[in-house]
Design a protein. Structure first.
Length: 253
């Protein structure tokens, strides 16, 4: 069989040419990296879990009218997505102080924020993805003021949706990162949520115990990362304990 054309390989995923023009296949690897890839490991099963979890969140967003690039899951590690022009910004939404905001502003981790805070980071590994302001973004032409307003609105809708879902299974959505892409339809452009939404890109804390169920388990050597992600998937019913994947009919009678 002819090998598919690889379009891009990142730290946790590979993008291949899709079966139709305007589509891509997104492959989830087991590689875990942190601190700009200074710390790295292979976590068996992580890619399978993130493929399922990202499918779950993106499907939900599509259903409530928040557009995403997600089309359908193809197999254990791959999903079919719309090809988008990625805006070179990481959009972070924070509900509770943790990670870089705690360090930068001296706010103790776990302090609830007065309102969700949206931040933008310029996607550039060589620079370590620096925090940028709307002034930088507009001056350097990465996005327009209208795009920014739309990106903030999208990010806050994603925040409300994922926060609500997580609350239902006893998990606090502390913060998360999304990437946003442009889809062109002639001269008309719309913004969609792209990349992935998974415990790799969120901070998730158990509401009662505070246990971390996200990539901080890897960053801070707190235990087995795949176990933490499996717990999130299990609570969401994405991977029931019997291992039967959701969406596949199960004969129970
Ligand atoms: N994040 C991410 N990719 C990055 C940087 C951050 O997915 O390259 C996520 C991270 O997992 C967390 C949120 O964005 O959920 C905020 O991260 P923060 O700015 O606190 O940086 P960190 O402490 O992870 O360096």
């Amino acid at each position: 069989m002819a090998r598919r054309k690889k379009i891009y390989e990142g730290k946790a995923k590979i993008l291949y040419e899709g079966p139709e023009p305007g589509t891509l296949v997104q492959y989830f690897k087991d590689d875990a990296t942190a601190f700009n890839a200074e710390k790295r490991d292979v976590v068996e099963g992580k890619g399978v879990l993130n493929n399922r979890l990202s499918e779950f969140f993106m499907n939900g967003l599509n259903t409530i009218g928040v557009p995403t690039h997600f089309m359908k899951r193809l197999n254990m590690r791959e999903q079919l997505v719309r090809a988008v022009e990625i805006i070179p910004l990481e959009v972070v939404v924070r509900n509770v102080a943790a990670g870089s905001i705690s360090k930068r502003l001296g706010i103790e981790e776990g302090t609830p924020l007065p309102r969700p805070i949206v931040e933008f980071y310029y996607k550039d590994d060589a620079l370590g993805d620096p925090l940028v302001t709307e002034e930088h973004i507009i001056a350097f032409g990465w996005a327009s003021q209208q795009d920014l307003d739309d990106m903030v609105a999208l990010a806050l809708r994603v925040n409300d949706f994922i926060s609500g879902i997580m609350l239902g299974v006893g998990i606090k959505l502390v913060d998360f990162k999304i990437e946003i892409g442009r889809i062109w339809d002639g001269d008309f452009m719309r913004l969609v949520v792209a990349d992935e939404i998974s415990p790799d890109s969120c901070r998730l804390w158990d509401i009662h115990t505070g246990q971390k169920l996200d990539k901080d388990v890897f960053r801070r050597d707190l235990g087995n990362l795949a176990d933490a992600y499996t717990e999130v998937a299990r609570r969401l019913g994405v991977l029931p304990q019997n291992g039967a994947p959701r969406g596949k009919p199960t004969l129970i009678n």
